[in-house]
Design a binder for this molecule. Sequence first.
Ligand SMILES: Nc1ncnc2c1ncn2[C@@H]1O[C@H](COP(=O)(O)OP(=O)(O)O)[C@@H](O)[C@H]1O
Ligand SMILES: [Mg+2]
Length: 265
Amino acid sequence: MSTTANERKIGDVILDLQNISLSFGGVKALTDISFNVREHEIRAIIGPNGAGKSSMLNVINGVYHPQKGKISFRGKERRSMNPHDAASHGIARTFQNIALFKGMSALDNIMTGRNTMMKSNFLSHAFYWGPAQKEELEHRRKVEEVIDFLEIQHIRKKQVGRLPYGLQKRVELGRALAAEPKLLLLDEPMAGMNVEEKQDMCRFILDVNDQFGTTIVLIEHDMGVVMDISDRVVVLDYGKKIGDGDPQEVRSNPEVIKAYLGTQH
Ligand SMILES: Nc1ncnc2c1ncn2[C@@H]1O[C@H](COP(=O)(O)OP(=O)(O)O)[C@@H](O)[C@H]1O
Ligand SMILES: [Mg+2]
């Protein structure tokens, strides 16, 4: 799998984080962290529990606003942005704990991924029925495409809360993909999965990256997965960056071995 990753064409920097610091009261979640993400790459963030990985994703998609630092996305510099802006600029994500509407069908959940793109509102539906209907059809077409891609046709009408865990994770990925993101943020997409579910998820992540050219930032605990599918890895520990490089470099970095690879998680 790693050969596929290396053969792909990695582009220019699409996301650049400079000297990001974030604290909650007295807790320093992130201290002076800088790294970048290149277009089309799969960039992993690893580190022990509490290292600041999820906080980092929350900074990237505007849920948390860092006290210090700068973020550039697709050439535009900003201190912070809100999640809605992030979504409309092409950033989509999945969460460490699945965040889906459990009572709704897989199809309807994936449809919510189109929300930020829906131009028509109640009024335009009332007065301009034609264009609104055309737009609706286009959204449905895209959603069906995602469903085919993720091979979940058989569960499209099923209530999400009743699906096995691995499939719920896949639906959540579907919702993120429905937004046609430039940058996809995945917070532990394989946590809690069995081996077969993990293999499926790995394949989908690689296919998304390969077929749509989507840039991916991935938090993952399974070191085998990280080493296999990522182009570059950034390592956090107690909110500080202790390693950054390709999987080989990171694996042989003594500080990383001490902090992370040598211990169980
Ligand atoms: N909303 C929050 N309020 C207070 N502390 C938080 C919040 N989010 C994260 N933290 C703290 O920031 C640190 C990093 O957490 P997190 O980013 O979730 O780590 P990771 O995802 O690497 O396990 C932890 O000490 C955590 O308790
Ligand atoms: Mg986390």
